[in-house]
Design a protein around this ligand. Structure first.
Ligand SMILES: NC(=O)c1ccc[n+]([C@@H]2O[C@H](COP(=O)([O-])OP(=O)(O)OC[C@H]3O[C@@H](n4cnc5c(N)ncnc54)[C@H](OP(=O)(O)O)[C@@H]3O)[C@@H](O)[C@H]2O)c1
Length: 226
């Protein structure tokens, strides 16, 4: 059984990751902004405070993780935020955009940097970055959502750069699109149930190897264009 770190594990896809992995017998270290508000509890889940937008918070989180384990098997960079719905050029807010980039792009970089020593070792370990098809430059037909799209394109580049670094350290790093999933972010009209999205993602992460490192997959297993 493996030790998984999940960011944003208090609701949406992150909470579903925790529930499905705990049911399969894994250990979860959950990073959430307000641990005191977290209703779901489990004997094999440790919850620590984490704001991925803050370097000090990420460093404190990593210290807490180190106090409970000297190695982790999988880091899932799941925490993320939107910039409103399909913002046009007229609507885009540069200050909000900076926070979206901070959370969605630099957040996973902070976590990867802080937890990399716990991922290094003889065993093959993994970083799974929860990206979005909206970050695909090739797929950007409908435009809009400047900040969110750019933040996920940036995350995909972080995936690619970390994948190169990971070759020497036995760490694979892969980007995933969870589909349009029914969460607070996805909204009521989203066609993909959270359980289906996360089941597919877990199966793919289980199969994640160096051969799939530095690549981009949908929860269905289809490979996506950058
Ligand atoms: N749902 C979709 O259709 C869809 C599609 C493509 C990609 N994604 C990606 O999938 C991931 C999960 O999305 P979701 O649909 O589950 O969204 P969600 O229901 O809105 O949940 C977002 C999660 O991220 C956390 N979070 C936000 N900012 C944070 C920060 N600064 N520090 C720590 N945690 C933070 C939230 O915590 P709080 O409760 O504290 O706000 C919450 O746990 C995101 O990266 C998203 O971009 C989702």
């Amino acid at each position: 059984m493996a030790t998984w770190v999940i960011t944003g594990a208090n609701r949406g896809l992150g909470l579903e990751f925790a529930k499905q992995l705990l049911a399969a017998g894994h250990t979860i270290i959950a990073g959430v902004r307000r641990p005191e508000d977290m209703e779901f509890r489990h004997e094999h889940m440790i919850v620590h405070q984490l704001d991925v937008a803050s370097t000090a918070s990420v460093e404190a989180f990593a210290k807490n993780v180190r106090s409970s384990t000297d190695s982790i098997d999988v880091l899932v960079n799941n925490a993320g935020r939107m910039d409103g719905r399909w913002q046009s050029l007229e609507e885009v807010d540069p200050e909000i955009s900076l926070d979206v980039l901070n959370v969605n792009t630099i957040g996973p970089l902070r976590l990867s940097k802080a937890l990399w020593p716990l991922l290094q070792g003889a065993q093959q370990t993994k970083v799974a970055n929860i990206s979005s098809l909206m970050g695909s430059i090739e797929d950007c037909m409908s435009g809009r959502s400047y900040a969110y799209r750019t933040s996920k394109t940036g995350l995909n580049m972080i995936t690619k750069i970390l994948a190169v670094e990971g070759q020497h350290d036995n760490i694979s790093v892969t980007s995933y699109h969870p589909g349009w999933a029914k969460t607070d972010m996805g909204g009521e009209r989203a066609p993909v149930p959270v359980s289906v999205s996360v089941k597919g993602l877990i199966e793919l992460i289980d199969e994640q190897t160096q051969e799939r490192s530095g690549r981009f997959y949908e929860y269905t297993g289809d490979e996506l264009p950058w």
